[in-house]
Design a protein around this ligand. Sequence first.
Ligand code: ADP
Ligand code: MG
Length: 931
Amino acid sequence: MISAILRTVFGTKHERDVKRMQPVVAQVNALEPEMQRLDDAGLAAKTDELRKRVADGAELDDLLPEAFAVCREAARRRLGMRHFDVQLIGGMVLHQGTIAEMATGEGKTLVATLPAYLNALSGKGVHIVTVNDYLAKRDAQWMGPIYQALGLTVGVIQHEASFQYDPNYVTPDVRMTALRPIERREAYAADITYGTNNEFGFDYLRDNMRFSLDELVQRELNYAIVDEVDSILIDEARTPLIISGPAEESTELYFKIDRIIPKLKRAATIVEGKLSEIEEQKAGDFIVDEKAKTVSLTEAGIASCERLLGIDNLYDPQHIDALHHIQQGLRAHSLFRRDVDYMVKDGEVIIVDEFTGRLMPGRRWSDGLHQAVEAKEGVRIERENQTLATITFQNYFRMYGKLAGMTGTAETEAEEFAKIYKLDVTVVPTNRALIRLNSPDVVYKTEREKFDAVVADIRERNEKGQPILVGTVSIEKSERLSALLKKRGVRHEVLNAKYHEREAEIVAQAGREGAVTIATNMAGRGTDILLGGNADFLSKEILRKKGLDPATAAPEARASALEEARRITDPEHKRVVERGGLHIVGTERHESRRVDNQLRGRSGRQGDPGSSRFYLSLEDDLLRIFGSQRIQGIMDRLGMEEGEPIEHKLVTRAIGTAQKRVETHNFEIRKHLLEYDDVMNKQREIIYGMRRQILDGASQADTVAEWMEDIAAATLDGYASETAHVEDWDLAGLGEALHRQFDVRIPAAHYEELGSRAALDELVGEAVKARYAEREQELGTELLRALERHEMLIVIDTQWKDHLLSIDHLKEGIGLRGYGQRDPLTEYKKEAFDLFQDMVERVKGAVVERLFKVQVVRDTPMELPAVTAWARTQEMRGEIPGERPSGAPPAPASRVPATPRTPTGEKIGRNDPCYCGSGKKYKKCHYLQQR
Ligand code: ADP
Ligand code: MG
């Protein structure tokens, strides 16, 4: 109440934020005439001038008005787009390291150029992060002319290739226009680098598995602007990036277990956390909890498994694997549905992101679940993998010196952005007022009735020519609706977020007269839906129909095609506007309100007319699992007839409440994941930090000396404890141990003269130092320093890998251990810490031992066998195992090349026709270039 009054007096926080920026907008505007007077060269020269001022110590904040004015002028000249004032505000919000909430169609792609230009002036690089490769490429190609006019370089990171924006580069592939292939490292060295969250994250992990500085591709993580930030930092934050390699374990067991799963009977399903049904169902084998996504065996179930597997005690430690596999097998069979949670494509199980409906090739469920699903589907089981490097998006993006984001929907998640990423959200006003009409939800009793109503609505509007975009929660639902529409003869397109590039072309025309487009959530995201159609896209189609290649066609041909396209789209635009603009149909409420808002936001852009309505049924997952009782109650009270929908504020509110509960629940899951990753994160920082120092070539002599002392002290503690009597010292054992560790022999007579531990410490310390000094004499200082770095690197990597395997198992174990009296996270932290300590001790011991033992061939050339040379040998032997499980990049030339892919990530065979459309075989065309 009070806050409502304050709001009316002072405006919302967002309004105040925006108001504060108005004077700066005025400054940028005031600079405009001056910028317009400059010729192109004069404008470009501004960059050097500004760069110099930054180098001389000027603050970026102080240069903002001028830099924005320069960038705006370049955009006006090169793209014919002059940043609107609200876009300047968006740019400022991004520069401050905040999230700008800007509706769909407000031109966020253009907005990002302002802070990108300003921040690139420092020369430390700016990353612009997109949700898929297609958008990274498109945005770089689209905005490239601005940066190019201002003398900035632009890199593009794609799944298996890297490019530089270069308008003079000629390629037969339309889609790759102006993209010159370059080394990944060069793409990162560019002033501005476009790429996806996955690629940036994996490149980071891979860099930390390299053996020499010149193999690293990334520079410091200076500033990132994350587009569709909610999708990347929230929806995707539940699945960390993992680089894994094969571990030594057989996959036979998965199939063996999979064969018994269908023989087990479900005892009960827990809905809404209600456990009461279980007692009555003693006969069943397992209980499914849909909400928690867990399955547990009953007493009877344990007995059944023992009988089926022919073992007498499933809980015997030797059967721990079987038990774990059974649990995952049950989950795979009862909780994970084909075409909803995953798809099977080319013999591979591919995860479908539950939030976005997007396919996630390369990602795998952990903990053996993925293998269990593979067994269920009868496809080849990937060998059990172990983690070699992993990081959550939360921890990756927190490493940037400055982080900013933009999206149409951030406010509902403001709390999470603030708590996890320390990112505030500022809502930027729209350029034109929003006039979309959002109708209240209608709820049907059954899904069938709901879909009938959806089809009726679509047909009615379609007959009038109004374009319709239908959102679904899964590919399965899209296909179901598609079949219904086909039966009624309604022409439509279906998008599954599978082929981003092709789908972008389709969705660009979703605003045409009579268009019906069915799309899962992420499908076509990032592409503008213009009412009456997109003339640019259409002109390309026209060219192709005339047998011309849009990339190479003469400018006159292109201009005339565009004109022809305009002659179609302009009047069509008018007609579509008259019919009410784009109509959005939601076929189910999503678990998160934000995702629903995304769908709605596709209509009503830039002041366009538009409308939206969601159709729901009591059989929808959200209502069934999370809100059924309340809603059912309301429905009963209001009285609901078969076939008749209900449209009532109470229902809408109850659904909103259910969504909020799920959102909170999902936030908890992400927080939980992060709490676990934070433990790892500290350890990762220590190890990666050490690796980095070693790669940088810093002398490790001091560290080694320290480690020797530590090891010596520990050895002494073992044989000549301070608390023990001098007579009880095991001097013979000590002598052996010292010989093993340090290659020193101390004559027995020397020991006998000693009366105290302090004296012994000194004697041993001196002997070890002397022996090491001898090594230095033998090998030469330079060689020894190199050897130190080399041995440390090898030992750290081996031990770290081993540690990660222990951590994998620890996580599993903590999960199985159940609740007991203890908090699993506390347990995990404690044990992970102990494991890490043990690992560090092992590293010290092994490094020191190796430094005294390793034989270096004398008379090698005077040039040092540098760390890099040894390291490469390592790599070639494949001792950095399997680097590319999850969407990884080009392997170094020395390794067996992975399945080739097109720049958009689709697999392509060497004998297939090249993706560029040249008609040549791939191996004769772009294959050569990509290598
Ligand atoms: P968003 O990412 O915010 O949804 P886009 O970046 O895809 O929006 O841009 C939407 C459309 O708005 C594009 O067609 C773009 O050309 C257009 N646009 C953006 N800014 C301007 C501007 N300042 N002047 C003219 N058109 C603009
Ligand atoms: Mg966009």
